[in-house]
Design a protein around this ligand. Sequence first.
Ligand code: FES
Length: 98
Amino acid sequence: MKELSTSYRKHIFVCTNDRLEGSCCNKVNGYGIFHALKEYVLSNGLANAVWVTRTGCLGFCNDIGTTVVLYPEKKWFTKVTKDDLPKIIEEIHKRMVL
Ligand code: FES
C-alpha cells in the first residue's frame, strides 16, 4: 500500500449506475450530471481542488434524478436534475480555501 497526499479539497461522487430493469441513475441523466459538474470544475480552474468521480449505485435509486455525494461535507443529494446544479455548485464553493 502507498499512502498519498493530494491537493483536492472536495470530492464529488456522481452515480452513473446502469441496470437493465428498474430505476437507476443512468436512466435519469447521471452521465449528464457528471459531465456538467466535471465541466464546471475544469472551466473554473478548480481541477486541482475538486475531484469529480462516477460511481456505481449509492442506494437511492429513483426515476427522477441521480444521486450526488459531496465530501468532506458528507452531504448527500438525491433526485438531482440539471435544475439542481446551481445549488451543488454553491456547496462546492462553501468553506473552500484555494
Ligand atoms: S443507481 Fe444511482 S443510486 Fe442507485
